[in-house]
Design a protein around this ligand. Structure first.
Ligand code: ADP
Ligand code: ZN
Length: 208
């Protein structure tokens, strides 16, 4: 099963992606994670991506599409994969259709008013786990692996505003794109806990 995870920044794609990967044994591929690893490693792609990411803009399509196309050539995707953060506009979706067979697009819907607080209060660990300050009770280490928690460089109010604008103008049209293909399934992520959102996802995936 090959899945696309769609949703605004802060909708909880990363959180749900780890749960889905664990239960359904599909590989989690996050373009955001790939870019952050490249920035950390000081690669050419990292240097290019950083300026766009810091501005809340999309990294150019050619670079991004090539990374995903390459990634999907590897053998480990054969048992199924989940794309988190790709595609992010219609151009990328059309390119993806040329080299991949997507079964399902899961759209995580969330009230836009909640997003700013969710993202600015987010703390992440290098193991992939993320938290919200309101539930950390002052803890500064990851409950899963003990690693130090930190705030992502682009999780600041100014960049978040730009990311939300980018989402609304470029990414939201993908909802119609996958609906037209008959592949869209929506789940609601309101005030509900991650487990409640995951229960909706299980209901959809168990029927596949
Ligand atoms: P979020 O969904 O919370 O905004 P991500 O980790 O998915 O975070 O992405 C962080 C940043 O990486 C984006 O704001 C963008 O600059 C860049 N990026 C990630 N995926 C793509 C993509 N498919 N196309 C272009 N840029 C991307
Ligand atoms: Zn951790």
């Amino acid at each position: 099963m090959n899945i696309i995870l769609l949703g605004a920044p802060g909708a909880g794609k990363g959180t749900q992606a780890s749960k889905i990967a664990q239960k359904y044994n599909v590989l989690h591929i996050s373009t955001g994670d790939i870019f952050r690893a490249n920035i950390k490693g000081g690669t050419e792609i990292g240097k290019l991506a950083k300026s766009y990411i810091d501005a809340g803009k999309l990294v150019p399509d050619e670079v991004t599409c090539d990374i995903v196309e390459d990634r999907l050539q590897k053998d480990d995707v054969k048992g199924g994969y989940m794309l988190d953060g790709f595609p992010r506009n219609i151009f990328q979706a059309e390119r993806l259709d040329k080299f991949a067979q997507i079964d399902l697009c899961l759209n995580i819907e969330v009230d836009e008013k909640l997003l700013m607080d969710r993202i600015c209060g987010r703390r992440v660990c290098s193991c992939g786990q993320s938290y919200h300050v309101s539930t950390l009770g002052g803890a500064t280490a990851c409950a899963k692996c003990g690693g130090a928690l930190y705030r992502r460089a682009d999780d600041n109010p100014e960049t978040v505003k730009a990311r939300l604008d980018t989402y609304n103008s470029q990414t939201a049209p993908l909802i119609g794109y996958y609906k037209a293909q008959g592949k869209l399934k929506c789940v609601k992520s309101g005030e509900g806990s991650p487990d409640e959102v995951f229960a909706q996802i299980e209901e959809i995936l168990d029927k596949q």
